[in-house]
Design a protein around this ligand. Structure first.
Ligand code: ZN
Length: 185
């Protein structure tokens, strides 16, 4: 597979992660979605469910990893790639290393809490027994835009989004003017 074909596949699989993130958004959860791909096929898809499950560990990546382990019938996900809309946190990055994912692809970076090179790099920590290849910034504007819209709404005191409402995927440079969160209600 050449580089261009891989880039196109990355865009497509991130599209499914974005659809998962939208489901989280529609349920008032921080909009993060993830899918696990093996041999060109999606074997797990999940979105953040921290509020629904009242479980701080119910990040999209953790749920997707558990599903993928079931699908494969093994905790080793050595031949799998995880796509996630936001850079994994330290907990999820730790889980990704434990499951030995070969590759992690993410959209929006997180300079404060990201553990794939944003704030720290757990995925490629030299003394751990496994390192994941990292591809950053796939469909970054869409991934970051959904998060920005969600947090802008939360700050402005709007009620949690109701099912069926859709974020505007605002332009990254100017996310909240005109086309921003204010128009969603
Ligand atoms: Zn996480």
């Amino acid at each position: 597979m050449n580089f261009l074909e891989q880039a196109e596949l990355d865009q497509a699989f991130m599209g499914e992660a974005l659809r998962q993130a939208l489901r989280a958004y529609e349920q008032g959860e921080v909009p993060v979605g993830a899918v696990v791909v093996r041999e060109g096929r999606i074997i797990a898809r999940a979105f953040n469910q921290v509020e629904l499950l009242k479980d701080a560990t119910a990040h999209a990546e953790m749920l997707a990893l558990t599903m993928a382990e079931s699908a494969v019938g093994d905790w080793r996900l050595t031949d799998c790639t995880l796509y996630v809309t936001k850079e994994p946190c330290p907990m999820c990055a730790g889980a990704l290393v434990h499951c030995r994912l070969s590759r992690v692809v993410f959209g929006a970076s997180d300079s404060k809490g990201g553990a794939a090179g944003g704030a720290m790099n757990v995925l490629q920590f030299p003394t751990l027994n496994h390192r994941c290849e990292i591809t950053a910034g796939v469909r970054r504007e869409e991934c970051a835009g959904m998060l920005k819209t969600f947090f802008a709404e939360r700050r402005s005191g709007e009620a949690p989004p109701k099912p069926g409402r859709r974020p505007e995927f605002p332009d990254e440079d100017d996310p909240l003017s005109g086309e921003g969160a204010g128009r969603l209600s």
